[in-house]
Design a protein around this ligand. Sequence first.
Ligand code: FE
Ligand code: FE
Ligand code: ZN
Length: 305
Amino acid sequence: MNELYIGSHVSFNKKDQLVGSVEEALSYGSNIFMFYTGAPQNTNRSEIDKEITKKAHQMMSDNNIDKSKVVVHAPYIINLANNNDKYEFAINFLKEEIKRTEELGISLLVLHPGSHVGLGSNVGIENIIAALNRVIDSKTNVKICLETMAGKGSECGCTFEEIAMILKGMAYPDKVGVCLDTCHIHDAGYNVHDFDNILTQFDKIIGLSKLWILHINDSKNDMGSHKDRHENFGLGKIGFESLIHIIYHEKLKGIPKILETPYVTLNDTTKERLYPPYKFEIEMIKNQKMNHNLIKDIREYYKKD
Ligand code: FE
Ligand code: FE
Ligand code: ZN
């Protein structure tokens, strides 16, 4: 019986599609994963190949990947909070993204609530509610998970109260839940070192049964910085102990936990990010022991090929 569901962000390319994503996840020692169905910063999407999808699902069941806990991340350019000239496009694109997620046989979709861009958070939240209620209907088979945001710029959803307001407006409340991102809530001003208190607050304001996904990231910046810059596991302001406490928390058993920590650079001077850290971070998580040579080990491992 496996109670820890741990994985990372992986790629999804045109050619190998979901098979490529499963292979990448397995290479990190993951038993779940998350991916964008195309580039996150644009809405160009290719057709989903039925045969590849079938093969990927066979691979998942052969390798103990629980497909009910695999996650699609909607492109972050979809903004439902601002009802400008791109609002209709965003609504239609989200509808298509839900269809694609269903075609892939995936049931969890993470969505950034959106940025109000000067309209104020109340109007932003009203726009988000109206949009989601146009997107979700009785036939929607995907569960939408609203991500808690860092409060960068004019982001909506950077407090539990704002997330709760959106959830309260849902015509199909059973189809919408929450993805809690540790870097984002830390940057939004929550003290993640006292996670028991965070869960108490979350339960009171939103309800713990709504917590469907966790994004596990360290943060480069101080609590309340509103910066949203992820750091590798154990190397940021949240730190190893606090992240491990969250991952193995009694109340968070069975919830998929996804790493979105940054790729590692070739050396200390370049800014170009090359190597995925996930294999090594997942190893530390399983061992519950910090690897103080994390970056060095990653560079050495990937330099070989
Ligand atoms: Fe996200
Ligand atoms: Fe995230
Ligand atoms: Zn982030």
